[in-house]
Design a protein around this ligand. Structure first.
Ligand SMILES: NC(=O)c1ccc[n+]([C@@H]2O[C@H](COP(=O)([O-])OP(=O)(O)OC[C@H]3O[C@@H](n4cnc5c(N)ncnc54)[C@H](O)[C@@H]3O)[C@@H](O)[C@H]2O)c1
Length: 385
């Protein structure tokens, strides 16, 4: 594999792929040859490229990973597809519906394997929740709700390229982390979000931008700064309707003190409820009316056979974010190594550009709902807009 954009999450792609044991990490590409060499040395990768076109053209690279800032996703992925390479892109696939459609169509035309790292799908108890709903263990689901809250943008001095529309896209919090929540609940419940009603807020509308760029979650020092206006949202509340009639709501914010990676969802069915909290990811809460509530602790011997495949340690041995990320890579690379074709049946943690495209449609519908003053907006309408 070769990776373009060796920043915060790029290092985790490389780590996850290495753990599979049958993939060679051949090259990284960064914005200059010097920074690529520095990153390649730090990550123990042999080749370093100053341009993603050169990495995509390297015959030793069969799979291109894209972990660049959002505005580079289209050119990087198009360069890889142009060379007939399989592509694993981080989310969001693209910052507009039109760009996501362009990438999906180009990937289908190229006939290569395409994936988007909606990595929370890779957690064993997420798969357990999915199985329980599919097997009707909690009954028909009528309410799906939750949140994705962080605090790393709480101070005016916190800054990221995500806040600049030309780099991160028009949406910040929804596109960046709301996209994870929406993909996760649709994956777990098997229901699609079809309508949204959104209220978006920019709590910190003037930020002090440091002169040098900082990685996500990094605190910047005392360097020179300039005051810049921020237009994209750092807080959002959204009502959602699902395609089989379930209702829901979620909150997203990166300005909520104490919440580090506070992703959680709850699904209420006619017989029982389930709740999964990312920061306590080895526990699955099961709520009942006529029996005691329960907490299922991650233990392969207690999971359904399909979910068990995502657990690699015995009970009492905690699995975490990086393990779930590795599970996603195992699903995608197992598919590639097995000689499967894009239309073949995929393992569940494997999200495709189609999922990335649908995610872009949901983000666009959220933005459109807010623009129109907070009215119900169809995800389908946003697709054709
Ligand atoms: N799945 C997840 O949980 C998750 C987590 C974090 C980020 N992400 C996504 O991953 C992507 C990267 O985010 P990040 O937080 O790692 O950002 P980052 O800023 O830490 O890293 C981006 C990297 O891209 C490099 N880069 C910039 N221009 C380039 C160019 N022209 N060619 C090659 N490389 C270039 C930068 O030097 C940097 O190393 C984003 O799309 C983000 O949404 C996903």
């Amino acid at each position: 594999m070769g990776l373009v954009g060796p920043g915060f999450v790029g290092a985790h792609h490389i780590d996850a792929v290495r753990r599979l044991g049958f993939v060679d990490v051949v090259a990284v590409a960064a914005s200059s040859e010097a920074s690529a060499r520095r990153k390649a040395d730090a990550l123990g990768v042999p080749k370093a490229y100053g341009s993603y076109e050169d990495l995509a053209a390297d015959p030793d690279v069969h799979v291109v990973h894209n972990t660049t800032p959002n505005y580079l996703h289209v050119p990087v992925i198009m360069a890889a597809l142009g060379q007939g390479k399989h592509v694993i892109s981080d989310k969001p696939l693209a910052t507009t519906v039109a760009d996501a459609r362009l990438l999906l169509d180009a990937a289908n035309k190229a006939g290569v394997v395409h994936a988007v790292t909606f990595n929370y799908r890779g957690n064993p108890l997420v798969q357990q929740a999915r199985e329980m709903i599919a097997n009707e263990e909690i009954g028909a689901v009528h309410f799906i709700h939750g949140a994705y809250l962080q605090d790393w943008l709480l101070q005016a001095t916190d800054y990221s390229w995500r806040l600049e529309p030309e780099k991160g896209g028009e949406s910040s919090a929804i596109g960046d982390i709301g996209s994870h929540w929406c993909d996760l609940v649709q994956h777990v419940t098997g229901q699609r979000i079809v309508e949204v009603l959104a209220d978006l807020t920019t709590v910190i509308d003037t930020r002090l931008k440091p002169s040098s760029s900082t990685e996500a979650f990094a605190r910047s020092g005392d360097e020179a700064r300039e005051a810049v206006h921020v237009s994209s949202e750092d807080l959002a509340t959204v009502l959602v309707r699902f395609d089989n009639g379930a209702k829901g709501s979620f909150s997203v914010g990166q300005v909520c003190a104490g919440h580090k990676n506070g992703l959680w969802f709850e699904a209420n069915g006619r017989q029982a409820s389930i709740r999964w909290v990312q920061e306590r990811q080895n526990e699955l809460w099961i709520g009942r009316r006529d029996a005691a509530n329960a907490v299922l602790l991650k233990d392969p011997s207690l999971l359904s056979p399909a979910a068990r495949a995502y657990a690699h340690l015995p009970g009492g041995h905690q699995e975490a974010w990086a393990d779930a990320f590795c599970n996603v890579m195992r699903d995608v690379y197992g598919f590639i190594a097995g000689g499967k074709r894009p239309g073949d049946q995929r393992p569940p943690a494997f999200a495709t550009f189609e999922d990335g495209y649908h995610s872009a449609c949901v983000v666009e519908a959220v933005l459109e709902s807010h623009r129109r003053g907070g009215v119900w907006t169809s995800v389908g309408q946003a697709v054709t807009a």
